[in-house]
Design a protein around this ligand. Structure first.
Ligand code: NAD
Length: 664
């Protein structure tokens, strides 16, 4: 075996100007670090190319802040092809190439040339040399080997058993005292750290559809919780104002229409508005605020489901709404506040293009403007909440960014973030108690044949597995899957998302594996977002609703990762940062190839159950009421296979009264 990049120099890179490019990430390495960075990149290429490539890599570092090795990007379009068209000794090796290529598709990736799939900085690999080398390894890998990937770098193939993972992948797991933005930026510039978001570096992105279901559920439940909408009704006549039509945030437009409501979404980057409209996810748009608001009000009156784009800054939209006293029911924000000073947020008074320019030329001024804009946005949102709008943080670190911009008032205790914020995170009020505590989470699958008919067959099979009368979540799921094809959600691979709980995931996976065995469909890869019940330790998001003090711990995600590896998932991933930023979360993911075998049936049963119930168990121990009842129920239905430790919860007031008495 001799797996290496060829000594042939790939042709000069070509860039199609119609695709977005990542901003210059800023070059600020010392001489010594610069030398190391260039040498690090040269490790991938044979020595005969070093003289040619060293200056090219140095130039990339100085002008883009990172070494991407553009020349190594295969020319033309990269996209998920049918699995049979990939080379490989194993189905898993070929399936994972489908997933990687899907993440880099021009139609999907945010900055395809910089290997960014979504979320401003979420990269599949650090550079194109890693891409090429990983593909070579996946092609030769056997069922008795594991490929080890560290921040995009393929460390090598190592001997393993059939029932062990084919790929173990980690992204930017930094040592505690260095686990911050500054050290990450340096490590990324030096080519040793990859920010993988959740499913970019985790190779499980399925286009913006992945977030549409979660966003639809969030909106529907927000309507039920805050506006008294009946569980069987939709959001007709209800307004939702937010921002962002990017990789994930673009889902808001589609979701508000599916939920039946009236959405107004501000977006500074025209190209994203156009893309979403061409995709059919955004009904209409304008850069005229009075036009936007008059469309909104007409649709409220008629009850029409609509998504309206405002080409401009979210702060300007809020200014208009506040000044003109326009009522708004629900509100959020999905600008990339996890990377607020790196181009994720465009400050008020600056166009998208001016913001990019300013970031490059005068970072300090850019930061000053971002802070001022966030402070203004907070004031306006606060005014609206006082008038009755329900605002929630949508997992983009908006509230943390506002706090960092100097608004102490956004912290619950007015001092620091240790006790959370004055507005709820969507996990605290909605996603946590109504979904994660029961084990409902973003289960997904990809039909590896690339055939739409296979996807329809799996939709149908999944629908047959759901009992819509069990809980309102199941009814939502049933409706979702029934209408999924009609909603035209596929971008890229033939994939589907469904917020299923443990039992449903196991049932569906068994059914799919059976269909594969019978030859009714081609092989399927199942997986999920890392934004799930048991896989993300993230105090500002997924674990924001755990109040026993443990939300600063990362034990759960470590066990999720280890447990899934031990139980034979085909791919296991563990990463830092996710949607909230470096040092703010640790999260894990998996992929399992359904090849129709009985061996895989066993993995489905044990691994999928563990994957979800490990999280329910932790949430139950955190005294979350719905998780306690879910765990207790599981203890009865699964008494022959396991048991979850259930906490004893003292009566309300018992400890509080004691502590107050003793401490007074
Ligand atoms: N809620 C969730 O489940 C979830 C899931 C994934 C990601 N996220 C987080 O949501 C955020 C958005 O993710 P994404 O993938 O869409 O990122 P993205 O960068 O692709 O999109 C954000 C969009 O906001 C726009 N924008 C920035 N500042 C603006 C402003 N002031 N006014 C109007 N528009 C502005 C940008 O032009 C961009 O198109 C990220 O922080 C991400 O981590 C949340």
């Amino acid at each position: 075996m001799n797996i290496r990049l060829s000594a042939e120099l790939p042709p000069e890179p070509q860039f199609d100007p119609s695709f977005r490019r990542a901003p210059d990430r800023g070059y600020n390495l010392s001489r010594t670090e610069t030398v190391i960075a260039v040498k690090n990149a040269l490790r991938y290429v044979p020595p005969e190319l070093h003289e040619t490539l060293a200056p090219e890599f140095l130039n990339e570092l100085k002008t883009r802040g990172r070494i991407y090795g553009y020349r190594y990007r295969p020319q033309g379009r990269i996209y998920a092809k049918p699995v049979d068209e990939y080379k490989g000794n194993t189905l898993a090796g070929r399936a994972l190439q489908v997933m990687i290529d899907n993440n880099l598709d021009f139609a999907i990736a945010l900055y395809p040339y910089e290997l960014v799939t979504y979320g401003e900085g979420g990269q599949v690999f650090q550079n194109w040399m890693q891409y090429r080398l990983v593909k070579k390894y996946l092609e030769v890998m056997t069922d008795h080997q594991t490929l080890v990937i560290q921040s995009g770098h393929p460390l090598g193939l190592f001997p393993a058993q059939l029932d062990q993972p084919r790929v173990i992948n980690t992204n930017t797991l930094m040592v505690g005292m260095f686990d911050d933005d500054e050290n990450f930026r340096k490590a990324a510039a030096m080519g040793v750290a990859n920010y993988g978001q959740m499913t970019a570096g985790g190779w499980m992105y399925i286009g913006p559809q992945g977030i549409v279901h979660g966003t639809t559920i969030t909106l529907l439940n927000a309507g039920r919780l805050f506006l008294g909408v009946s569980p069987s009704d939709d959001l007709h006549g209800k307004t939702f104002v937010t921002s962002g039509l990017g990789g994930m945030s673009g889902a808001q437009a589609k979701a508000v229409e599916i939920a039946g409501g009236v959405g107004v979404i501000a977006e500074v980057d025209l190209s994203r508005i156009v893309q979403r409209q061409e995709q059919g996810w955004l009904s209409k748009w304008s850069d005229d605020l009075s036009q936007v608001i008059s469309w909104m009000q007409e649709s409220v009156r008629s009850g029409e489901a609509v998504s309206i784009g405002y080409h401009g800054n979210i702060v300007d939209l809020w200014e208009y709404i506040v000044e003109n006293d326009i009522p708004v029911d629900l509100a959020s924000d999905q600008t990339s506040c996890h990377a607020v000073y790196d181009g994720g947020y465009t400050p008020q008074g600056t166009t998208f293009e001016e913001g990019r320019e300013l970031l490059k030329k005068d970072r300090d001024e850019f930061v000053r403007r971002v802070d001022a804009s966030l402070r203004r946005q907070f004031t306006l949102i606060k005014t609206m909440t006082e008038r009755g709008t329900r605002f929630w943080d949508y997992g983009n670190s908006f509230m943390k960014a506002v706090f960092d911009a100097g608004v102490k008032e956004i912290a619950s205790n007015g001092r620091d973030t240790s006790e959370g914020f004055i507005f709820p995170s969507y996990v605290e009020d909605i996603m946590g108690p109504l979904n994660f505590d029961y084990g409902y989470g973003p289960f997904r699958w990809v039909c590896l044949s690339g055939k739409h008919d296979d996807l329809l067959a799996t939709d149908h099979a999944a629908m047959e597995c759901i009992d819509p009368t069990r809980r309102h979540q199941d009814r939502d799921n049933y409706e979702w899957i029934k209408n999924a094809d009609r909603n035209g959600l596929v971008v890229g691979s033939q994939a589907r998302i469904l917020y299923a709980d443990a039992g449903l995931r196991v049932k569906i996976a068994h059914r799919f594996n059976e269909l594969v065995r019978e030859g009714a469909i081609g092989p399927v890869l199942i997986g999920r977002d890392h934004h799930d019940t048991g896989s993300a330790d993230s105090p500002f998001r997924e674990t924001a609703d755990i109040y026993d003090g443990s939300r600063i711990m990362a034990d759960m995600s470590a066990h999720n990762f280890a447990g899934n590896a031990a139980r034979g998932m085909s791919l296991v991933v563990m990463s830092n940062g996710g949607g909230v930023g470096i040092g703010k979360s640790i999260h894990a993911g998996f992929g399992l190839v359904l090849d129709g075998s009985e061996r895989v049936d066993g993995i489905i049963e044990d691994a999928l159950t563990w994957d979800v119930m490990g999280g329910v168990a932790r949430r139950a121990w955190g005294r979350n009421t719905n998780a306690i009842s879910t765990a207790a129920e599981w203890n009865v239905t699964h008494a022959n296979v396991g048991q979850i430790t259930i906490p004893h919860v003292p009566e309300d007031g018992l400890v509080e009264d004691l502590v107050d008495k003793e401490l007074s």
